[in-house]
Design a binder for this molecule. Structure first.
Ligand code: ADP
Length: 483
């Protein structure tokens, strides 16, 4: 069992108090590197979720809003406590997610960055009077908190994803009811432990619920006291939330699946492209929504690029991330492992060639999947159609710019994309043509707290990060004054 000063309480948190888990039902949390149970956390019943919503409602201040200075202080305090505890939070994260320790601790820094950014830009949420005087009135625009927000996060960034949502919610003055993924609730408990000890956030502003997604989802979708949901996860669940909230017309912020194209033109710096692809693709074990999922390489450089990838991939080490020196940890669970294996088998059966990695029949050893590169991928293969969410690099050929823009867009998703070329005009054309919320040019980097990030098409609604993300949890209200 995991031991940590940040996990002294292992329960939900409602109205400023750790819950008592009266019914005593729990679920297991596993370390994917060892397969062992490391904690048991409460399966909270519906009445607890309702209590969390009620606590949130009581913390919402509309007529006497929390001043900007107060909200800024909450954000700064969370930033500071995350920074001060980056090692321990990262250790917990590593043990429940499996990503290498340094990467996990880096994610804590990334999370702190969102609180930092919102604290520095919160003034943008102050009311302002517009310079024109239409209709003989003086018009003031206020940014009101939307209300209690349900924040539902996935397991792939246990601290990063909540940071994106919570920083903007607190900046707006919105109370929240937070549900972590059941694979990774411990990092969230650690965050609540830090907020409890090191911030003055009022009781009821932040509430933690854990347990069955169906029970929690039902309350958050049906309660009229929850006017907004911010969700990161699968497109399938995102669609369900749209349907389940349609009746009440809730405000939704959705960051859903991706199927990122990574395009390498023949004039690109191939070493830089290969280095960036490795860093991008193997982050979080290949389990991020911005991981390159379809690699389009110009036919003139495909063989050379494949070799460069193979050289790099063959140097990578796979193992338990807690040991420090590994590049790649395990996949999150058996279903995740089986999906990557199925995609590899399918690609090889349909004619792709293995450039690096193991044949499916040679795979063994828990949830550790070796970094794998296949060449000769086409649109009939699963790894082209679906998000693999694992360390499989599928390469496809292209010949022309038009063809590769069309191929890149040949998906219902539109989250992240990447283009490598030395030609600036071509990069601009390709970025404009790709219907993706993020298009890296000569970089495989993903989101950052300072810039808006989110999806087009079935990849979602809304943005996180940047000023756009800061405005996600407010409603603009206009007050024209007649006399
Ligand atoms: P992933 O593939 O990352 O597990 P999911 O979409 O299944 O993505 O889950 C993302 C988050 O949404 C998790 O916290 C999960 O428990 C939660 N979730 C799943 N189904 C529902 C639902 N019906 N209502 C609310 N939350 C849900």
């Amino acid at each position: 069992m995991i031991k940590s000063p940040l996990l002294e309480k292992m329960t939900g948190y409602i109205g400023g108090r750790w819950t008592d888990n009266a019914e005593g039902n729990t679920f297991d949390v596993y370390n994917p590197a060892t397969g062992k149970v490391i904690a048991q956390v409460p399966l909270m019943p519906e009445q607890d979720i309702l209590a969390a919503v009620a606590a949130g409602k009581s913390a919402l201040k509309l007529t006497s809003p929390y001043p900007i200075e107060t909200r800024r202080k909450w954000l700064e305090d969370i930033r500071d406590t995350l920074k001060a505890n980056r090692e321990e939070v990262g250790r917990i994260l590593c043990m429940e997610h499996g990503k290498p320790l340094q990467e996990a601790q880096g994610e804590v820094d990334y999370a702190a960055g969102f609180f930092d950014y919102c604290s520095k830009h919160i003034q943008a949420l102050d009311a302002h009077t517009i310079p024109e005087k239409p209709k003989d009135c003086t018009w003031t625009v206020h940014y009101r908190p939307v209300g209690v927000a349900g924040l539902i996060t996935p397991w792939n960034f246990p601290i990063g994803m909540i940071a994106k949502k919570l920083s903007a919610a607190l900046a707006a003055g919105c109370p929240s009811v937070i549900k972590p993924a059941s694979e990774t609730p411990l990092t969230m408990i650690a965050l609540f432990s830090l907020m409890d000890k090191h911030t003055d956030i009022p009781d009821g502003m932040v509430n933690l619920v854990m347990g069955k997604a169906s029970v929690i989802g039902k309350v958050l979708c049906q309660s009229p006291d929850v006017p907004m949901l911010s969700f990161t996860g699968s497109t399938e669940v995102g669609r369900k939330l749209i349907i389940d909230t349609a009746e009440q017309v809730k405000k939704l912020a959705l960051e859903l699946g991706g199927n990122a194209p990574f395009i390498v033109f023949d004039d690109a710096d191939l070493d830089a492209a290969a280095d960036n692809l490795i860093a991008n693709k193997f982050r979080g074990g290949g389990q991020t929504c911005v991981c390159a999922n379809r690699i389009f390489v110009h036919e003139k450089v495909a063989d050379v690029f494949g070799q460069k990838l193979a050289e790099r991939v063959n140097r990578m080490t796979v193992g338990d991330g807690i040991n420090g020196d590994v590049d790649l940890g395990p996949l999150i669970n058996q279903a995740g492992f089986d999906k990557v294996k199925r995609h590899l088998e399918d690609a090889l059966e349909k004619g792709a060639k293995l450039v690096a990695g193991k044949e499916p029949g040679e795979l063994s050893g828990g949830l550790f999947f070796p970094p794998t590169v296949v060449h000769g991928v086409n649109r009939d293969m699963l790894c082209y159609q679906e998000e693999t969410f694992g360390p499989l690099v599928p390469m496809a050929l292209f010949r022309t710019e038009e063809e590769v823009i069309e191929a890149g867009n040949d998906t219902e998703f539109g989250l992240a994309s990447y283009v490598f070329t030395a030609d600036a005009e071509r990069a601009q054309r390709v970025a404009a043509g790709l219907r993706f919320g993020h298009c890296g040019w000569n970089t495989g980097t993903g989101p950052t707290p300072e810039a808006p990030f989110g999806g087009m098409k079935a990849s979602g609604i809304g943005r996180e990060g940047g000023l756009e993300g800061l405005f996600e949890f407010v409603e603009a209200q206009t007050v024209p004054r007649g006399f």
